[in-house]
Write a protein that binds this ligand. Structure first.
Ligand code: DGL
Length: 273
């Protein structure tokens, strides 16, 4: 069977926060990142559109040789993953796999809270899908989950405003809205791969006893565990530490912004879906 890199997909730059953790944990593999920056954000788009865009990206990563694709996007994981796994994969290629970021995050969510009150910051699409509440409810019954949609955060982050004074209003607004609905929350999951860019602002405005949890590290650990449990897939991943980056936008824009998300320079290539 064909060998190839691990594909990592996001609507834009957010997935780079996950890719960075994965590369750090498993630098030996090859990775192919695809950001659909020309059509980001996905967070306010309908189920049908997110599914259609995500399927196009998955097909492209398969065509480029990836045996395994990670949807490093909560919105795509919430709205498209299950349909792709159940309906499209058997027809496209039953030997390839697509995994998301929500399951590994919900697995740890219930273990991090001390009092059983968990908050989720995510896009409107992820919150309205109720995927986090349903999955945490199954794995950790008894944990109270309160979701807060933060529709302004991704546009601000994609426009490099994550550190500006202008972002403060929207950071405080969504924190206040979440905590007014459950003041006992002691753990907040950043259920959008863009949000780690707002961590310092979130730390500034969140009460200090609340634990803020970016998901990249947990997704990386879970992928490592998956590859350990599936040697037939692990053997199909090429090794060489090569990283390629594709964007549906102009590569120069991508290169500039990717540095902030990934902490190092990249040379992206343009791709159409
Ligand atoms: N980074 C994506 C997520 O994890 C979505 C951002 C967007 O396109 O709205 O949900």
């Amino acid at each position: 069977m064909d060998k190839g890199p691990i594909g990592v997909f996001d609507s834009g730059y957010g997935g780079l926060t996950v890719l960075g953790e994965i590369q750090q944990l498993m630098p030996e593999y090859d990775y192919l990142y695809l950001g659909d920056n020309a059509r980001a954000p996905y967070g306010t788009r309908s189920f049908e559109v997110v599914y259609e865009f995500t399927l196009q990206a998955v097909r492209r990563l398969f065509e480029m040789g990836c045996p395994l694709v990670i949807l490093a996007c909560n919105t795509a994981s919430a709205k498209a993953l299950r349909t792709i796994q159940q309906c499209d994969l058997p027809e496209i290629d039953p030997n390839r796999r697509v995994l998301g970021v929500i399951r590994p995050t919900t697995e740890i969510a219930g273990t991090l809270t001390r009092n059983g009150h968990v908050g989720i910051f995510a896009t409107q699409g992820t919150i309205l899908s109720h995927t986090y509440d349903i999955e945490i409810g199954k794995l950790h019954p008894g944990v109270r989950v309160t979701g807060q949609a933060c529709p302004m955060w991704v546009p601000l982050i994609e426009n490099k405003e994550y550190d500006s004074p202008g972002v403060d209003y929207f950071v405080k607004k969504y924190i206040d809205q979440l905590l007014s609905r459950d003041p006992d929350i002691d753990t907040i999951i950043l259920g959008c791969t863009h949000y780690p860019l707002l961590l310092s602002k979130l730390r500034q405005f969140c009460p200090s006893h609340i634990r803020l949890v970016p998901q990249g590290e947990y997704v990386a650990n879970s992928l490592k565990d998956y590859l350990h449990r599936h040697p037939e897939m692990e053997q199909r991943i090429t090794r060489g530490g090569n990283n390629r980056y594709l964007t549906t936008e102009h590569p120069l824009n991508f290169n500039e912004n990717a540095t902030v998300f990934l902490g190092r320079n990249v040379q992206a290539e343009h791709v159409t879906l």
